[in-house]
Design a protein around this ligand. Structure first.
Ligand code: FMN
Length: 185
């Protein structure tokens, strides 16, 4: 099973990126978590560029989405919205054949960041993501000086994320079948 994980922050010391980097250590056995680090390399979304073939970084993002059975997103809040870099990546995925019905876990690294999560939910629902609600969690990571290696053992964070990943992976086989063959297959 392969899960793609994306941080919506470009900051070197990003808490969202540290959380994403901890996921391979938290995933159940047999599950590969692939971290996509191409956010900064995407061009600004422009429908005029969304042609066949698309820009190479866009093609690679879509290829990675197509290879994954599930997607995890963890993104910061800026000015009560989602980060521009994350929204840009999502805009490139709107017209992609790979994205609709992808099983999705939204993880929030900051309890106060309620607006970005709401915006992400609205956008991702419009894009027909399949939310795995039992895997969507908020953890109090922001402001804590934890490395990716510290996160699995951090009280109130590591256990929540481990449980969320376990619930996510449990839901994936059935959702993947729906994604590939549609309901009732
Ligand atoms: C320009 C700017 C605007 C921000 N706006 C908000 C906000 O509206 N709500 C919030 O909870 N945090 C806000 N923050 C705090 C960031 O979400 C916080 O620093 C977060 O840790 C950034 O994510 P990162 O650590 O993954 O880079 C803002 C930070 C910056 C630099």
């Amino acid at each position: 099973m392969r899960i793609l994980a994306i941080s919506g922050s470009l900051r070197a010391a990003s808490s969202n990126s540290r959380l994403i980097e901890a996921l391979p250590r938290l995933a159940p056995a047999g599950v590969e978590v692939v971290i996509w680090r191409g956010l900064e390399g995407l061009p600004y979304f422009n429908p005029d560029l969304d042609v066949d073939p698309p820009p190479a970084p866009v093609a690679e993002l879509r290829r990675q989405i197509g290879l994954a059975q599930g997607l995890v997103i963890c993104s910061p809040e800026y000015a009560h919205g989602v980060s521009g870099a994350m929204k840009n990546a999502l805009d490139w995925l709107v017209s992609s054949l790979e994205f609709p019905a992808i099983p999705l876990a939204l993880i929030n690294a900051a309890p106060r960041a309620v607006h970005a999560i709401a915006h992400l939910r609205e956008t991702l629902a419009t894009m027909s993501a399949a939310f795995v609600e039992e895997a969507c969690v908020t953890v109090p990571l922001q402001g804590r000086d934890l490395t990716a290696a510290d996160i699995p053992g951090a009280p109130g964070i590591g256990d929540l994320l481990t449980d969320a990943m376990a619930r996510f992976c449990k839901a994936l086989p059935a959702l993947q079948a729906e994604r590939l063959f549609g309901n009732g297959a």
